[in-house]
Design a protein around this ligand. Sequence first.
Ligand code: SF4
Ligand code: SF4
Length: 121
Amino acid sequence: MAVIIDESCITCDACLQNCPVNAIVDDSKNPLGYARYYVQPDKCVECVGIHEDPQCAAICPSIGCITWDMPFSAEFETHFANEELYKIVSKKAKKYRTDIPLEQRGVKKEVQEEPEVLEAG
Ligand code: SF4
Ligand code: SF4
């Protein structure tokens, strides 16, 4: 991954609509059965090469709901083996933001403190 959605998600659908790689599923498809949206770690690319910042966090109205997770890579395979937090389909490593230090990942560090107004389209 990349980024993770926590229990403060209000299921507003904004992140799903803005993810450029369709990495997010809604609460009805949350593979863990939780009543919140879910970022598929094996699909999220942290918007690298597409946008300056993760678009899901840029638009999320629930401040602090989306936080940085570990890079989805072989190095952190053990981290993503937590079945209470992840359902992994593919083991193929994904792009991640190298400017986000590892010490800020997996510690609930907010991706974005205030939502942005994104332009439509
Ligand atoms: S960081 Fe980008 S690619 Fe990842 S879930 Fe959010 S919008 Fe999608
Ligand atoms: S934008 Fe935020 S509050 Fe809305 S569904 Fe996504 S994670 Fe949940």
